[in-house]
Design a protein around this ligand. Structure first.
Ligand code: GLP
Length: 241
């Protein structure tokens, strides 16, 4: 793991955007694994800026998002579909056919998980995976558990995750209780990983993921075994390192 502590959210976002831009510059047909949540938001803003100012070309890029809530239609403003189109996809020249998110409204969630995993493998796997981290150490929606779940699967969200994500909903009762998430092996097979952590509410999870033992109780800790991980941590989130 290469760990960089940066002074604030802006610097974190610029650095993350530069890594993604560099990846696309070197390999224009890169397969990107993308994350949602508040952490990568400004990274997307900076990628849009780089696209507009420097003509970064997304036309050959393929994207796979980490996760999606089960039961939210794409048009729902709380869905990760909506988030991605609103904050990133519709602002750059990505090819619609190369954009992938799990379908949270699929008639069979199990079949959707299998198809999603297959689509990732058929594209040759992910070149660069961007990750945030949950307050409980989750990555994607891989929640603390007794074992690491390998491939794309349906998740029952933990109460602390539901509470953490309730800020995006009018009421906690509206937060979906289930999600589809790439698995740990899906993520670990990515050639390169960038983990972003912002805010003092992430400090404990960051410490446990980076400095303590590898355990499925802190899913992000598995990244210690990955050969090419960059961790970018804002000072507040790095306070226990
Ligand atoms: C959600 C997402 C994760 C994300 C995490 C942290 O649960 N499924 O992919 O990393 O929240 O989100 P935030 O960046 O808003 O703190």
């Amino acid at each position: 793991m290469r760990v960089f502590i940066v002074k604030d959210y802006e610097e974190l976002s610029v650095q993350a955007a530069q890594i993604v831009a560099g990846q696309i510059y070197v390999k224009p047909n890169s397969v990107l694994g993308l994350a949602t949540g508040s952490t990568p938001l400004f990274m997307y803003h900076h990628l849009i800026r780089i696209y507009k100012e420097y003509g970064l070309d997304f036309s050959e890029v393929t994207t796979f998002n980490l996760d999606e809530y089960v039961g939210l239609p794409e048009a729902d403003k709380k869905s990760y579909h909506y988030y991605m189109y609103d904050n990133f996809f519709r602002h750059v020249n990505l090819d619609q056919k190369k954009i992938h998110l799990p379908d949270g409204m699929a008639a069979s969630v199990d079949a959707e998980c299998l198809a999603y995993e297959k689509a990732i493998q058929e594209c040759g796997g992910i070149d660069l995976q961007v990750l945030g981290i949950g307050q409980n150490g989750h990555i994607g929606f891989n929640e603390p558990d007794e074992k690491f779940e390998a491939y794309t699967h349906e998740v029952k969200l933990k109460q602390d995750t539901i509470e953490a994500n309730a800020r995006f909903f009018a009421d906690i009762s509206e937060v979906p209780t289930r999600a589809i998430s790439m698995g740990i092996k899906t993520i670990m097979q990515a050639k390169k990983v960038v983990l972003l952590a912002n805010g003092s509410n992430k400090a404990e999870a960051v410490y446990r993921a980076v400095c303590e033992g590898i355990t499925p109780e802190i899913p992000a800790s598995i990244l210690q075994l990955h050969q090419d991980v960059i961790v970018i941590i804002e000072e507040g989130a790095a306070q226990y390192l």
